[in-house]
Design a protein around this ligand. Sequence first.
Ligand code: EPU
Length: 433
Amino acid sequence: MTKYVIRGGKPLYGDVEISGAKNAAVAIIPAALLVDGVCRIENVPQISDVTLLLKILQELGADIRTVDRTTVDIDCTHIRNAKVPDGMARQIRASYYLIGALLGRFGESLVPPPGGCHLGTRPIDQHIKGFVAMGADVDVRGGYIHATARNGRLQGGQVYLDIVSVGATMNIMLAAALAQGMTIIENAAKEPHIVDLANFLNSMGAQIMGAGTDVIKIRGVDRLRGGTYSIIPDQIEAGTYMAAVAAAGGRVRLKNVIPKHMDCISAKLVEMGVEIEEGDDEIVVSRAPEKRLTRTNIKTLPYPGFPTDMQPQIAVALCLAEGTSVVTEGVWDSRYRYVDEIRRLGAEIQVDGKIAVIEGVDRLTGAPVQACDLRAGAAMVIAGLAAQGVTEVDQVQYIERGYEDIVRKLSGIGADIRVVVTPDEEKAQASAG
Ligand code: EPU
């Protein structure tokens, strides 16, 4: 297995370039299925979830050309197949966007149930409610989610989401872009990546209004044409580096960010005593190493609330704050699986259901830990950077699903972090190569 070995206790100084947003990219890439012609997508993050989605599109028959490290041309014009092969699609949560995109394009889709990180039950009933409101029948057949438009093409419909869901909002937008008539999503999610998907689709000719508010209206069009689009910077990647500086101390400039998207995270860090300076497309985050963080309480909520995808990372910083902090997880049933791991470093956290009570300690001490999901993995890395001594983070494939070049980026700001591949994996890589 591959591990990260971190010698911690060193403040971080320097610049980090933030990559394109994972949760925008994983919707925009399937959205290319709706487009007649070539979509040039820029600022694509180099992460394994993106690689997997591109491979799935390729298996479906898309023509994919890498233009440069972060730019890809996708042409789905010649795809005739609405059935996604099993296997790869199961490894990734965002494969559910293939349901909306294929259903919108072909009036039919056959997609294996989505995979992804274990964060408690992850139903897709709200996605299905949206498709049904647009005249689709959805059932599970032979291990596949099978959706068909009763009249061959989806009809605009009205859907009120019972729960504010990012995935359902984006999936219904995808399905509705080429539907006949107007679709209205009420109680829609408002995350920056929702706006980004709407902007992508609109730039290809869709008519989507209200993205970023809780009512989104989509007037279906007959055709989307090719074009060029650049994905927004990753709010959570940027927030993760901010939390790293909060925990380890130092001063780091984050380049290629949208400061407005960071407000929900910056506000909490400021309460904790971290200094934040905003520029047009950069943020400088600093904490003097000798100054301790201040305790705070946090509740995760849909945007513009504090993001659940930052909960483990900020909790690690709070482990080193002076006083008692209370963290409430307001989105997922189970997002505290990392707590047992972080306790190995000397953190004092008690969890009761959706609430974690953190007693700040003076120091964490390095230990072997495991990344149990993507953000938990990022939290382990942050803990390792802040802890005295050596931390070994195992199961880093979770981290690489969503963080481009994390080892290089952290090394660039002075972290002592190395990738260690165990002999078994070296052998496997040699035979694969
Ligand atoms: N929910 C339902 N029914 C549905 C859909 C969601 O009950 O049909 C519930 C979920 O169980 C959860 C809540 O609604 O309790 C919110 O789920 P949402 O649909 O918003 O989450 P998602 O679309 O599955 C995306 C991100 C997650 C991120 C959440 C919340 C992607 C691929 N994933 O998931 O990202 O935590 O939104 O912001 O975009 C991550 O990046 O680490 C990650 C887990």
